[in-house]
Design a protein around this ligand. Sequence first.
Ligand code: NDP
Ligand code: 8X3
Length: 253
Amino acid sequence: MKPVVFITGATSGFGRASARRFAAAGWSLILCGRRADRLEALKQELQGQVPVHTAVLDVRDAQAVADMVQALPGPFTAVTTLVNNAGLALAAQPAQEVALQDWQTMIDTNVTGLVNVTHALLPRLIETGAGASIINIGSVAGQWPYPGGHVYGATKAFVQQFSYNLRCDLIKTGVRVTDIAPGMAETEFSLVRYKGNQDAAEKIYRGTTPMSAEDIAEQIFYVASLPPHLNINRLEIMPVRQAWSPFAVDRDG
Ligand code: NDP
Ligand code: 8X3
């Protein structure tokens, strides 16, 4: 039987590139996101290659997630790999200037949404057993603080610790869990963070060499394809032209 990958946030960036990467390797695809037109376009593109099931889904809605998983058609019920990728950053200004709603949206999506999907799919992944994987997309922001990281980084720290804790509970099931933590990658991520301001988004990547969605999709596929007895706990990836800065020090004068 073909392995089946379930990808959240498949309408853009890492999720869409992953759909293409897994399709190239012959995996069946379950693709979710809120934008129906993007899902339909991806289905049209890939369904000649592999079986594709799409579902318009907001991961923040626990009931909708549970219902969608319950309603998976026969050939898609045996899920091999879950890629918990749907997520976003909102607001890059200092914490004291951010609207509470932006913090709540990040928590609802990156934490609650990821938990909703994981909870709904755990029984299916455990049934698959050896070779199954949960691949959570964290971020360097979950490990390294930076100005404007506030709640976004905190949600990704949750993703890391949740991934590690899941491993403890799943040890006897064969299900692997990995936190993939990318640094700067050019997708629609910054366009979302700057709320549609194309110029602000483009400035983030101008004059440097960020990673691409395809770079990260390749790592996601690599982790999913490891021999069943191997588990990468955390994979942190940056472009060569990104690194850490010195500590900030507030000085008089
Ligand atoms: P994109 O904005 O290109 O893609 C984000 C995806 O998430 C879209 O497909 C979007 O689909 C989906 N999404 C957002 N909110 C929801 C929701 N409520 N329900 C369902 N789907 C949702 O960004 P990236 O591909 O870069 O981001 C993917 C993941 O990678 C995110 O978790 C992000 O935090 C993380 N990341 C990104 C980095 C980067 O530099 N780009 C670096 C490190 C981590 P739709 O709008 O159709 O629902
Ligand atoms: C996205 C990467 O550096 O903007 O998670 O936090 S960064």
